[in-house]
Structures are given as C-alpha cells and as structure tokens.
Write a protein that binds this ligand. Sequence first.
Ligand SMILES: [Fe+2]
Length: 131
Amino acid sequence: MTEKLELYKCNVCGNLVQVILPGEGELVCCGEPMELLNPQTEEEGKTEKHVPVFIKQNENEEIIQVGSIPHPMEESHYIMFIEAISDDKNRLELKYLYPQEESKMFIKEGGERVCALEYCNLHGLWEGKSD
Ligand SMILES: [Fe+2]
C-alpha cells in the first residue's frame, strides 16, 4: 500500500519514483521491494546543511534554499532536485538541479503552508516546512 507523493528508491539500480496515485501493491524494482524514503528533518552536525529553508523575497515570491548555509553543488556532492508540495498535497512543483547551479528554487507565495523536499546525491532525502 502506497501513499500519495511518497518517494521510493531501488537500491540496486538507483531508480527513484514518486507515487502520483496510490495503490494496494508493493513497488518492486530489479526483483526487490523498493525502499520507502523517509525524509530527515534535523541537521546532524555535518558541515554542510540540508534542511530546506524558506526565504521571503517579496509579497509574491519566496526562495526555497537547501540548507541555512547553501549546500555545495559539486560534481561529487550536490542537490539533485527540490520539490515544493502544498499542505493538502494537491499541488507539486519540481525543480531538477545540476552541479554548479545554486541549491535553491523560487516559488510563488500563495499564503498557504508548503512542505519542501530535497534530495542530496550523498545524504538522501530532507524535508523543511514553511511557517
Ligand atoms: Fe549533502
């Protein structure tokens, strides 16, 4: 049984999938059950920071930045994507990122609470919420 917008990873081939509409079945890849990714929400004393933070730009726009100090974006260690998900899970915005880019995305400020997810190629999935 899956739930809407859960992320599952195949630890054999690296496939990472997101549930658009949930179903009863178990997700399997390369002959093995896929691993449900549970986002981390607390920094653990690493030098680089991962929890997404929201920075208001103006009345209409906010930045989701990965880490209170921007996360590195090097070939060997970088943020692969950021997602902004509305509190009711009815709206999703996804931005893929690549090395050398900034570890952030712009979103429209709609007055509703937003959950941000980000995925680091070395340190996995992290979550932060807007106020
Ligand atoms: Fe990282």
